[in-house]
Ligand binder design. Structure first.
Ligand code: PNS
Length: 163
């Protein structure tokens, strides 16, 4: 049983994240999408909203035989991964600019938990510039975000910002 954790903020989940999950499904029997509870960071969506949106949009992707679930976690990711008996951490790398930070995290995580491997995956080129941060920025400035995020995310962002 190969179980991976795909940790992140997912504020909001983008089509790039979904692309990585679909690719991960080819390698793992189970992927736990793990949303970090980070009280220090102001988020657009609450943890509950992010988990709910992820659970909903994951129903529509091709998962093959892989079981994909969504959970939230707090504290050290490697401790959470050990509790879940995960073999690997999946992280997406879009460009060289992501690599330095991801390498640092992967090596720190390896030091903390040597048995846990980090697997880097590249999203499709069409998502190589897509980030949650930029999606939120262009959305707040009135630009279309269709094709960057699933339709449900766009809908929930509109609902939330009109409140
Ligand atoms: O989507 P993000 O914000 O790039 O994800 C970052 C995340 C959640 C993977 C990272 O911040 C993390 O693992 N945080 C949990 C705390 C932790 O373990 N920190 C040590 C990292 S070496």
């Amino acid at each position: 049983m190969r179980r991976a954790i795909y940790p992140g903020s997912f504020d909001p989940v983008t089509n790039g994240h979904l692309d990585i999950i679909q690719r991960g499904c080819k390698l793992f029997d189970e992927i736990i999408v793990a949303v970090l509870i980070n009280p220090e960071k102001t988020a657009f969506f609450t943890i509950q909203e992010r988990c709910e949106i992820l659970t909903e949009v994951l129903k529509d992707i091709d998962r093959g035989d892989c079981s994909v679930t969504v959970e939230s976690f707090a504290g050290l990711m490697v401790e959470y991964a050990a509790e879940r008996n995960a073999n690997a951490i999946v992280r997406g790398i879009r460009a060289i600019s992501d690599y330095e930070y991801e390498l640092q995290m992967a090596l720190m995580n390896r030091r903390l938990q040597p048995r846990l491997e980090t697997v880097f995956m590249m999203p499709a080129e069409e998502y190589s510039y897509v980030s949650s941060r930029l999606v939120k920025e262009v959305f707040h400035l009135g630009a279309p975000i269709k094709d960057l995020v699933p339709p449900l995310v766009e809908q929930r962002m509109r609902e939330k910002s009109s409140k």
